[in-house]
Each structure stands twice: as structure tokens, then as C-alpha cells.
Write a protein that binds this ligand. Structure first.
Ligand code: HEM
Length: 214
């Protein structure tokens, strides 16, 4: 099987399955399948699961580039867009869960929360950034924006940073989980800066082994 076919027939469907699994599990628990339930506060459980999944997928999207260099598998890049779009999908579900289940469609209160509660403001800006990335994730947008596309898509780092910060800010006592997310994000960003610097050094020294673009 050719690499192209392997990605189309195996890896992409696997990403779809893996990314939709948290939603399927939530629905299964919601409908009481296999004796499951959403616990004492279903709205909070849905809100938290969608938020956590959005962040997990966002970090996974950022891990694609280092992984493809480490494993020398350039084709992995084909999965990055899909992972990023699923991160956005869960971020939207998370926002909707808040607006619909917690606030019962009270849009003025949502607007007030976005303005007055700093951790919600951070989450909202992260959603806006992810929306801009999703809207420009097509081949057509890539061609149209040219070099600007690369710069715009760096916004995935601030989006992830805001997501982690948003998580950290609303944790009451135990900061272990957001701290772990922050450590992973720092490592991914650190790798990226190191790679960029290496690329700059090799290109100024005239080497032909210039590390490629993202
Ligand atoms: C306007 C946008 C957003 C709103 C209104 C919002 C709202 C909330 C609220 C109210 C909570 C607290 C849940 C609780 O303690 O019961 C929460 C938690 C969380 N949010 Fe958001 N959020 C937004 C955007 C985001 C984005 C973009 C991400 C990730 C990229 C995210 C990730 C998380 C995570 C990881 C948690 C913690 C989940 C947990 O405690 O297990 N949120 N969000």
C-alpha cells in the first residue's frame, strides 16, 4: 500500500475515531449505556470533558511537527490539520455547553462573563484564535495567504497558551493538572524555538541541510 493510501485509508480514519471517541463516550454515559452516567452534575461533566479534549487535541496538533522530525515521517503533517480542526470543534462544544447547559441560553450573561471574568475572557480569545485558524486551514487559503499563512498559523501557540492559562486560573487548589499541561506546552514551544534557531544558524553557515518549514 502506498503512503498516500495508508494515510487516507488507515491513519485518517483512526484520527477521526480517536477524536470522536470522547464525544461518543459522553453520549453513551448521557444515555445510560452500559450502566454509565454523567454523575451528579452532568452539565459540568460535559463542560469539563469538552474543555479537556480541546486542550489535549491542541497539544497533540502542536506535537505533530516535532514528532514528524523525530520519526522522520514527513507524511504526519497530513494529520495536523484534522487534529487542529477537532480541537476547534471541541472548543466550540465546550463554549456551547457553557452557554446552553450552564447559562440556559442567557446570551447577555455570557457577554458579561466574557468581559468581567478574566479566565472566561482568556478562553474566549482562544476560541477566536482557533476560529481564525480553522477558517484559513484550507489549501486555497494557504495559497492565497502565501508566506503570511505560516505567520498566522503561529497563533496556535498563543491559543494553546490561553487555553492552559484559562484552565490554570479556574482551578481552586490542586494545580497539578494545569501545571502538567503548561510543562508540555513549554517543551513543545522550546523545541520549536530551538529548531528555528538551528535553521537560522545552518542557513547562515551555508549548509545544505537547512531544516525545512513547519
Ligand atoms: C468562551 C470560551 C470558553 C468558555 C466560556 C469556557 C468556560 C469554562 C468554564 C466555565 C470552565 C469551568 C468548569 C468547571 O469548573 O466546572 C472551564 C473549564 C475548562 N476549560 Fe473552558 N471555556 C472556554 C474556552 C476554552 C478553550 C478554548 C479551552 C481549550 C483550548 C478550554 C479548556 C478548558 C479546560 C481544560 C477546563 C478545565 C476542565 C477540568 O476542570 O477538567 N476552555 N471552561
Amino acid at each position: 500500500m502506498r503512503v498516500e493510501q495508508r494515510y487516507r485509508l488507515i491513519y485518517k480514519p483512526l484520527v477521526w475515531l480517536g477524536a470522536l471517541l470522547p464525544l461518543a463516550l459522553l453520549l453513551g454515559r448521557g444515555f445510560g449505556l452500559a450502566g454509565g452516567s454523567l454523575g451528579a452534575d452532568p452539565a459540568e461533566e460535559i463542560l469539563r470533558t469538552c474543555g479537556k479534549t480541546a486542550l489535549n487535541l491542541l497539544l497533540l496538533t502542536l506535537a505533530v511537527t516535532p514528532l514528524r522530525r523525530l520519526l522522520q515521517a514527513p507524511q504526519l503533517l497530513r494529520l495536523r490539520r484534522l487534529l487542529g480542526l477537532f480541537a476547534f470543534f471541541y472548543a466550540v462544544l465546550h463554549l456551547l455547553a457553557y452557554a446552553v447547559l450552564e447559562l440556559q441560553f442567557d446570551w447577555p450573561v455570557l457577554g458579561e462573563d466574557i468581559v468581567k471574568r478574566p479566565y472566561i475572557t482568556l478562553g474566549f480569545v482562544a476560541v477566536l484564535l482557533l476560529a481564525a485558524l480553522a477558517a484559513t486551514s484550507t489549501q486555497r487559503a494557504m495559497r492565497r495567504l502565501g508566506r503570511r499563512w505560516q505567520r498566522l498559523h503561529w497563533a496556535i501557540y498563543p491559543a494553546a497558551l490561553l487555553g492552559v492559562w484559562h484552565f490554570w486560573w479556574q482551578v481552586k487548589a490542586d494545580i497539578r493538572q494545569p501545571a502538567l499541561y503548561a510543562a508540555i506546552l513549554t517543551a513543545l514551544l522550546g523545541w520549536r524555538l530551538w529548531w528555528k534557531r538551528r535553521a537560522a544558524l545552518t542557513s547562515t553557515s551555508g549548509s545544505s541541510t537547512t531544516p525545512g518549514r513547519t
